[in-house]
Ligand binder design. Structure first.
Ligand SMILES: Nc1ncnc2c1ncn2[C@@H]1O[C@H](COP(=O)(O)OP(=O)(O)OP(=O)(O)O)[C@@H](O)[C@H]1O
Length: 246
C-alpha cells in the first residue's frame, strides 16, 4: 500500500477510536445553602466513537444530570466537557442548539411522542425541528421507521401502538437526522424484558452499521450484558466498578 494511503487508513482508524465525548471532572450543584444538592461530584467519562455504554446507579446518583450535560441541555458548575474537539464551555447557546439538533439524538423514558400525530408525522416533526429541508424529510423518516421495523405501523398514532412500538418510534425520531451520538434516559424502563432487549438490539445495530455512539441509563440487569461498557454512578461520581467489555 502506498505510504499516503497507509497514512489515510491510520488517520481513519484514529478517528474511529477517538472520543466523541469527553467528560472531565464534572461537578453539578443544584440550589444553595442548606438545600444545596451535589448531583455530580467530579464525574469523568469518555465515550468512544461507535460504542454502546450503559450508566447505572441507584435513584438520585446523578444519571439523568450527567445525560443532560452530555446532551448540552445543561452545563457543569466545574470541570469540562468536550464534544469531539469542541470545548462545551466555549460554545454559545446557539452553537449548542445547532449541535444538539444536528449531531445528537435524545430519547426519554416517557417517549415524548405527540399523541395526535402518527409515527411518521412524529418522526417528520423531529426532522423539521432539526432543520432538515422538506425534500429530504419523507425519505429520512421512512428510512428511520424501516430501520426500527415500523414500516407497517407508520401511519398509526402512539395510542394504537404497543409500548415497544412507541419506544421504537421515539428511536426513529431520534435517529432520522443521522446523529453521531444518541442519549437515552431509561429507554427500556416501561417495557417488558423481551421488548427491552429488542430496543437494545436496535441500538446495537445502529452502533454496528452507522458507527453511532449510544449512552443509555438503566436499572435493568439484563441490559448490562448487552452493552460494551457499564459505568456505575455513585453519589455523583463514576465508581471504580466500571466494567469494560470490549
Ligand atoms: N433541577 C434540579 N434541582 C434540584 N435538584 C436536582 C435537580 N435535578 C436533579 N436534582 C437532584 O440531583 C440528584 C441527582 O438527580 P438525577 O436525576 O441526576 O439522578 P438519577 O440517577 O437520574 O435518578 P433516577 O434513577 O431516580 O432517575 C438528586 O438528588 C436530585 O434530586
Amino acid at each position: 500500500m502506498p505510504l499516503d494511503e497507509g497514512g489515510l487508513v491510520l488517520r481513519g482508524l484514529e478517528a474511529l477510536r477517538s472520543p466523541i465525548l469527553d467528560v472531565r471532572n464534572v461537578t453539578r450543584v443544584f440550589g444553595r445553602g442548606e438545600t444545596q444538592v451535589f448531583a455530580l461530584r467530579g464525574a469523568t467519562l469518555t465515550v468512544d466513537t461507535g460504542s454502546l455504554i450503559a450508566l447505572k446507579g441507584r435513584s438520585g446518583s446523578g444519571k439523568t444530570t450527567l445525560l443532560n450535560i452530555m446532551g448540552a441541555l445543561d452545563a457543569p458548575n466545574e470541570g469540562s466537557i468536550f464534544y469531539g474537539d469542541r470545548d462545551g464551555s466555549r460554545m454559545s447557546e446557539q452553537q449548542k442548539n445547532e449541535m444538539r439538533k444536528q449531531e445528537i439524538g435524545l430519547i426519554f423514558q416517557s417517549f415524548a411522542l405527540v399523541p395526535y400525530l402518527s409515527a411518521f408525522e412524529n418522526v417528520d416533526l423531529g426532522l423539521r425541528i432539526a432543520g432538515v429541508q422538506a425534500s429530504d424529510r419523507r425519505r429520512l423518516a421512512e428510512e428511520a421507521l424501516a430501520f426500527v421495523g415500523l414500516t407497517p405501523r407508520m401511519h398509526h398514532r402512539p395510542q394504537e401502538m404497543s409500548g415497544g412500538e412507541q419506544q421504537r418510534t421515539a428511536i426513529a425520531r431520534a435517529i432520522a437526522h443521522k446523529p453521531k451520538l444518541i442519549l437515552a434516559d431509561e429507554p427500556t424502563a416501561e417495557l417488558d424484558s423481551r421488548m427491552g432487549k429488542q430496543i437494545i438490539e436496535v441500538f446495537r445495530e445502529l452502533v454496528g452499521t452507522l458507527g453511532v455512539s449510544v449512552v443509555l441509563t438503566t436499572h435493568d440487569p439484563h441490559i448490562m450484558d448487552l452493552v460494551d461498557q457499564v459505568h456505575v454512578l455513585e453519589d455523583g461520581r463514576i465508581g471504580s466498578e466500571s466494567i469494560k467489555r470490549v
